[in-house]
Design a protein around this ligand. Sequence first.
Ligand code: NAP
Length: 246
Amino acid sequence: MHVLVLGGTTEGRRLAERLLTDGTVRVTSSLAGRVATPRMPPGDVRVGGFGGVEGLARWLREHEVGAVIDATHPFAGTISFNAARAAADAHVPLLALRRPGWDAADGDDWHPVGSLEEAADRAPALGSRVFLTTGRMGLASFAHIDDAWFLLRSVDAPEGPRPARMDVLLDRGPFTLDGERELIRRHRIDVLVTKDSGGAATAPKLTAAREAGVPVVIVRRPPVPDGVPVAATPEEAAAWLADYSG
Ligand code: NAP
C-alpha cells in the first residue's frame, strides 16, 4: 500500500522511519517547502503545495494512495482541513498524528489566547522585552507594536512586516534548559510568547520561564477537523495503519 505522510514535523519524520523499517508499505512524505534546508525524512519525498483540496484529492487518486497520515504541525490548520476534505473526496482513510499539547505546572503564569492577534494584544501588557517563539510566518501580527522589544527565534530569517525594535536569533530545536535559562537572563526577557506546539524539543523554554517568574502568552491550537481520528505518537499511527491494512 502507498501511504502519504503530510509532514514538516519530527513526528512525521519518525513515522516515515518507522514505516520504512517495518517495510510493509510504500511511504511518500510531503513537505510544504517553507524551510530552506529541511530535515529530510527517509523514503520518497515530494515538496510544495498540492493546489488546495482538489489538487490533493487528484494527487491521492493519481498516486493510488491507500491511506493518508496528517503529521503536520498542530498549527498548520489549512493543510489539515484540506486533507480531511480531499481524503473524503478520494475515499481514502485519514489519521491525524498530533503530539499532545503542553500542560501548565505549579508556578506557571500562563495566559492562553486564541490567535496570534490576541497574543499581540496581550503580550505588551505583561512585559516590554518579549521572547517571541511563534515563528517568522506570524510576525506581521506583532509588527505594529512599538512599545516593546522583541527577540524573535526562528529557523529561517523573517521577511515582510516586523516590529520596529527586534533582534533575530536563527536557531532550530531541540533546545536545552540551560540554554533557555541563559537566553532569558541575558536578554532580560519579561514575557514569552509561544504556540501550544507540545513536544519535548521546545518545552525547556516553559520551565525556564517558570523558574524566572516570566509570564507566558500561549496560543491555543486549532481543532483537528471533525471526524478525523487522532494518534498521539508515531507508534500509535503505525498501529492504526497496521489495523487498517490488516
Ligand atoms: P498551512 O497554513 O496549514 O498550509 C498552507 C498551505 O501550504 C496548504 O494549503 C498547502 O498548499 C501547503 N502545505 C502545508 N503543509 C504541506 C505539506 N506537508 N505538504 C504539502 N503542502 C503543504 O501550513 P503552515 O502553517 O504554513 O505550515 C507549513 C508546513 O510547515 C506544514 O507542513 C507544517 O507541518 C510545518 N510547520 C508548521 C509550523 C506552524 O507553526 N504552522 C511549525 C513547524 C512546522 P496547497 O493548498 O497548495 O496544497
